[in-house]
Design a protein around this ligand. Structure first.
Ligand code: SF4
Ligand code: SF4
Ligand code: SF4
Length: 241
């Protein structure tokens, strides 16, 4: 398995959007028409030409307030529900790089039903080009990584919030930082660490951040996204013994 992994320390993210712009530059994706939604977040959502968006939430903290940022992107799930759903329809339209573990949307995704693939993703990541019907998302900058470079977003991050490397090293780094964080912030969480290749460490309780942060962001009593993920993965786990 091991492959590569990101570790994103949200306590160090200043919301500068350098990663969002670096992604556009490396991928040569155009700017898009946007609109004011009452937040500094811009654009308001991901799209087929915005593969990474820094989500912003303003929360009250006593008499003060705090910006909570989430540099949102594909998590490159270890057992990716989007790929499992896609393989049932067009085998390997959604591929996985054996070396890095990156989950890759190919041209063949145009033959997949978009609502099924988007609905399978616990983090609401897939988007679709309206003209070509090809689906789009972060590809881990797999071309750069296979050439020994870091992803463009990681390379540009000025604060050290974003880290990238071998999975074992990143998991160890994330867990060490998590232990430090818990001393001052007992509600900090290392999100979905055993399920994904993009490890977000929160400073506060995760529900304060944008709802796409965690796979179990569903409301009380509802089928949570984590439950759906577990349901999708259980036959695979049984087959593996
Ligand atoms: Fe964009 Fe590459 Fe970062 Fe993915 S890894 S968000 S494609 S810059
Ligand atoms: Fe697929 Fe969503 Fe996981 Fe990315 S985050 S690999 S799009 S299921
Ligand atoms: Fe946060 Fe780093 Fe992205 Fe700036 S470049 S928004 S600090 S993750």
């Amino acid at each position: 398995m091991p492959g590569k992994t990101f570790f994103v320390d949200l306590s160090r993210c200043t919301g500068c959007r350098g990663c969002q712009i670096a992604c556009k530059q490396w991928k040569q994706l155009p700017a898009e028409q946007t609109r004011n939604t009452g937040s500094h977040q811009n654009p308001p959502d991901m799209s087929a030409v915005t593969l990474k968006v820094v989500r912003m939430k303003e929360v009250g903290k006593g008499d003060d307030f705090k910006w909570l940022f989430l540099p949102d992107q594909c998590r490159h799930c270890l057992d990716a529900p989007c790929k499992m759903a896609g393989d049932d329809i067009v085998k390997d339209a959604i591929a996985q790089d054996k070396e890095t573990g990156a989950i890759l949307f190919t041209e063949k995704t145009k033959d997949l039903p978009f609502d099924v693939i988007r609905g399978a993703c616990p983090y609401d990541i897939p988007r679709q080009n309206a003209k070509t019907k090809v689906m789009a998302k972060c590809d881990m900058c797999n071309d750069r990584v296979l050439a020994g470079l870091k992803p463009a977003c990681v390379k540009t991050c000025p604060t050290g919030a974003m880290n990238f490397g071998e999975r074992d090293e990143m998991v160890a780094m994330a867990k060490k930082r998590f232990e430090e964080m818990k001393k001052t912030n007992p509600k900090a969480v290392l999100v979905d660490v055993d399920q994904v290749r993009v490890l977000f460490l929160t400073e506060y309780e995760p529900r304060l951040y944008h709802g796409n942060l965690m796979a179990d962001a569903g409301g009380p009593g509802s089928y949570t996204r984590l439950a759906v993920l577990d349901k999708l993965l259980s036959p695979l786990r049984q087959a593996r013994g």
